[in-house]
Design a protein around this ligand. Structure first.
Ligand SMILES: Cc1cc2nc3c(=O)[nH]c(=O)nc-3n(C[C@H](O)[C@H](O)[C@H](O)COP(=O)(O)OP(=O)(O)OC[C@H]3O[C@@H](n4cnc5c(N)ncnc54)[C@H](O)[C@@H]3O)c2cc1C
Length: 384
């Protein structure tokens, strides 16, 4: 039974139904059951990811942790898998222009002049700082805020010391950026035994700290960072390259370095939108609750090929202690596939990951607190 009562809405007299307690309870029951149904419709991945507060996502690879960003990357991955041979006609970013830049129609506009402009700042800042240290006037164009991701980089000390050798870091800076170190490190394949090594990928380095140190050094050497600016077009004249940013700035430079990562618009143009020959898909998480957490896996495979979607995949694992706490550990599951319709999405792999990772690490998912979910795709090309 619905009782109808006259009520006041925003000062306007209107009619709305007043529910009896019985109907109200029934309505609440229906709402509860609908929300349970909606939850059941969400994948386990979405439920886990939606329960983690995500802040501080950044532009570099592996720097986004939200479910929304996962769906975005899966969408890009699906379009790479589409049946067309060329996944998308690439935008023309670079063009060669006859003559010198002073004859162009840009001469009457304000132009910032550099010896070198590095496009993409995540790893770009290291080469940019090295060139600044040689006395060159260097600019960096970075689409986002130039900031390292929260998720640690796993590296070897030898690799970091190369940055000391080229004079852009001091050993003290390295110690500041190292969040954790661990040994020994395992390589193992199903039925083929294990090899334990030392000092290989045995550091967890904080990209946030390392890039912050580098950023300060770069600026102190006179470097200029165009943050929140995207490369729109590059015109190569006989005497200089002229770079236009989507935000309107115009930069002129003797050399332009592309450090825009796997999805660089320059690389897209050079490859004429060619579909990658293979893709490495990676998913993983950083989670709290691993009692046994002193060694790492550089590469580990505990199972042979299996079918996921229409593809056959073999899963490989990596596992590293994380610097955020003694029980915190990063585990990655990755595989190599051909981009074709029916290839598994990252979300499909994550669904497998939640089943397989606990088995691989000898833990229960119920005893873990997932701190962040990590994912990425790496396109690979055969030389032709
Ligand atoms: C999940 C995951 C885990 C990883 N873990 C490790 C690890 O532990 N150790 C390791 O060494 N490597 C790791 N990597 C590899 C990783 O790719 C590199 O460490 C590093 O991020 C590569 O840096 P990059 O600058 O070459 O490319 P990216 O990280 O992709 O950075 C490209 C930069 O260019 C900017 N950019 C892009 N387009 C434009 C544009 N049009 N205009 C201006 N700027 C633009 C982006 O914002 C970004 O800052 C991991 C990758 C993933 C996906």
């Amino acid at each position: 039974m619905v009782m109808v009562q006259l009520g006041q809405c925003n000062g306007v007299l209107c009619q709305y139904p007043k529910l009896s307690p019985l109907i109200k309870r029934r309505k609440e029951r229906v709402q509860r059951s609908m929300s349970l149904q909606a939850q059941a419709l969400h994948s386990r991945t979405q439920r886990i990811m939606d329960s983690i507060a995500v802040d501080g996502e950044v532009g570099g690879a592996g720097g986004a942790y939200s479910y929304k960003a996962l769906k975005r990357l899966d969408h890009i991955w699906s379009s790479i898998c589409s049946p067309e041979t060329v996944s998308q006609e690439p935008q023309q970013v670079i063009s060669s222009i006859r003559g010198v830049s002073s004859h162009s129609d840009l001469t009457d506009k304000a132009v910032d002049k550099f010896d070198v402009v590095v496009c993409g700042g995540t790893l770009g800042i290291f080469i940019a700082t090295a060139l600044s240290a040689k006395g060159l006037q260097v600019g960096i164009v970075e689409r986002n805020i130039l900031k390292g991701r929260e998720q640690e980089w796993n590296l070897s000390r030898k690799e970091l010391l190369e940055l000391v050798d080229v004079g852009i870091l001091e050993e003290g800076d390295i110690e500041q950026a190292i969040a954790v170190n661990f040994n020994p490190n395992r390589c193992g394949f199903e039925d083929k035994g294990e090899i334990w090594v030392k000092d290989i990928l045995n550091l967890g380095v904080s990209p946030v700290k390392l890039i912050e140190i580098m950023k300060k050094r770069f600026i102190s050497l006179g470097g200029v960072i165009f943050e929140g600016c995207s490369v729109s077009s590059i015109s190569i004249y006989e005497d200089a390259s002229v770079l236009q940013l989507a935000e309107g700035n115009i930069l002129s430079s003797r050399l332009i370095i592309d450090a825009m990562g796997n999805f660089s618009p320059v690389v897209k143009q050079i490859r004429r939108g060619r579909k990658p020959d293979g893709i490495c898909l990676v998913v993983g998480s950083c989670a709290r609750g691993f009692i046994d957490n002193s060694t790492s896996d550089i590469i580990y495979s505990s199972s042979s090929v299996k079918k996921v979607g229409d593809s056959k995949v073999q899963y490989f694992w990596e596992a590293f202690p994380a610097g955020s706490g003694p029980l915190d550990r990063t585990t990655y599951m990755f595989t190599y596939v051909s981009p074709q319709p029916g290839s598994p999405k990252l979300e499909d792999l994550l669904e497998d990951y939640w089943d397989l990772m606990p088995e691989y690490q000898g833990v229960s998912l119920d005893n873990l607190e997932i701190l962040r979910v990590i994912y990425g795709i790496f396109p690979t090309y055969r030389d032709r």
